[in-house]
Every structure is written in structure tokens, then in C-alpha cells.
Design a protein. Structure first.
Ligand code: ADE
Length: 225
């Protein structure tokens, strides 16, 4: 999978891709990630990329021309399955969307800044808009890193233990059950007996029951779907 990220702050983005699972995916050639600094497509000596909004109001808006130039340049070299805009005024990212995107070949992720992008960018180019939650970040860079992490770890071959993504929270719209490791007793707190029993059907049944219990308590809305 190839991911092209258009950003005003490429340095803010680098670290998540240079560590842990995303680095591993890149090292194994299962993912290619490229950063494109929007400023390089800006106007004049100052490489202007934003301007005041028509109609007045606080906050600058990213202009369409620099973004269009960058997207058109990328599109000239290959076809893209999705052009995604990270923005808080969109549907919230969930596991189903991450699963869906992990099967794509080429995607562009556009990160917003300031008041966001000129609406015409969204109308002309964007095929999918994603928020990572009901709060506003300074820019879409961290949101893009979150999206990439959620997607890249699902690409076949990235995770060492292939089954572990399948047992993640949300993979079946349930939160994960509690997990334990050694010691089996800590300051009088014991690991549930069933997990030490070696009886795997019983362990599976216990885990499912706990997953439902946890989901009902913390995220009952997931059970409505
Ligand atoms: N940009 C700013 N806030 C965001 C959010 N919550 N999700 C995605 N992109 C954003």
C-alpha cells in the first residue's frame, strides 16, 4: 500500500512512521509512506498557502490552488483509490473503516490546518472525510498518523501474530476482555481461575462473556449496531 500525506507540518508526522509497527511495515515493503510539504506548492516568495475567509471571521483557510497542484502532480503518476481529508467535521474513524482502507493500493491523505481547507477542495477532490473524535486538534497531522497506524497494522504480513488483529477490540464490535500475565497472584489479587484451567473452550466462553459485559458497561452503543 502506498500512502501520500499532504501536510503543512511534515516534521510533526515523522516519528510515528520511524518507530514500532509502522516502521516495521515500511521496512518490510508492505507500506510506502511519502510526505508532501504543502508549502512547496505555495504562492510567491513566502510560499503562501492560506488566506482570510470570505465573509469575515477568525482563522485562515488553506487555498485550493496549492492543494490542487500537489494532488494533480500525484494523480499524474498513479491512480488513487481514495483521497481522504482529515477533519473534525466528518464521520468518526472506526475499525470497519480501517479494515476497508487496509485493502486499498494507493491513498492520499490531506491534513487540514487553521480553519481548514476551501470547501471547493472537498467538493472537487475528496472521496472520504474522516475525524478521529469529537475534539479539535491544531492540525490533521496527528489524526493522519492515527489513521495510518490503524490501517497499516491490518495489512496482511505486518503483524507478527496474524491472529492478533482479529482479537482486537472493535474487530467484532465488542471491546476486548481483560487480559492477565504472570504472576498469577499479586498482593492477594488473583487471576481468574478459568484462565489457568487449560480448558480452551471454557476460556473462549469466559472471554466472550467478559467482552459483552465490558461493552455493555462502557460502550452500549456498539451493541446497537
Ligand atoms: N483535525 C483537527 N481535529 C481533527 C480531528 N478530531 N479529526 C481529524 N482531523 C482533525
Amino acid at each position: 500500500m502506498r500512502i501520500d500525506i499532504i501536510t503543512v507540518e511534515p516534521d510533526l508526522l515523522r516519528s510515528p512512521f520511524e518507530n514500532s509497527m509502522m516502521k516495521r511495515a515500511i521496512d518490510k515493503n508492505l507500506a510506502e509512506v511519502y510526505f508532501h510539504n504543502l508549502r512547496e506548492f505555495g504562492f510567491g516568495n513566502y510560499r503562501q498557502i492560506d488566506d482570510y475567509q470570505f465573509g469575515g471571521g477568525a482563522g485562515m483557510v488553506l487555498m485550493i490552488e496549492p492543494i490542487a497542484k500537489c494532488i494533480e502532480k500525484l494523480k499524474a503518476d498513479r491512480e488513487y483509490d481514495e483521497i481522504i481529508y482529515m477533519t473534525p467535521d466528518a464521520k468518526t474513524l472506526n475499525q470497519a473503516t480501517a479494515n476497508h482502507l487496509s485493502l486499498k493500493k494507493n491513498i492520499i491523505i490531506l491534513t487540514g490546518h487553521y480553519k481548514g481547507v476551501d470547501q471547493r477542495v472537498r467538493d472537487k477532490y475528496i472521496t472520504k472525510e474522516i475525524s478521529i473524535g469529537d475534539y479539535v486538534l491544531t492540525g490533521g497531522e496527528l489524526a493522519a498518523a492515527v489513521l495510518c497506524d490503524a490501517v497499516i497494522r491490518l495489512i496482511p504480513g505486518v503483524l507478527g501474530d496474524e491472529t492478533s488483529a482479529l482479537t482486537d477490540s472493535f474487530q467484532d464490535n465488542l471491546l476486548s476482555p481483560p487480559v492477565y500475565t504472570r504472576p498469577s497472584e499479586y498482593e492477594g489479587m488473583k487471576v481468574p481461575e478459568v484462565l489457568l484451567s487449560g480448558n480452551f473452550p471454557k476460556i473462549e466462553a469466559w472471554r466472550t462473556e467478559k467482552a459483552y459485559e465490558r461493552t455493555e458497561q462502557i460502550r452500549p452503543d456498539l451493541l446497537d449496531d
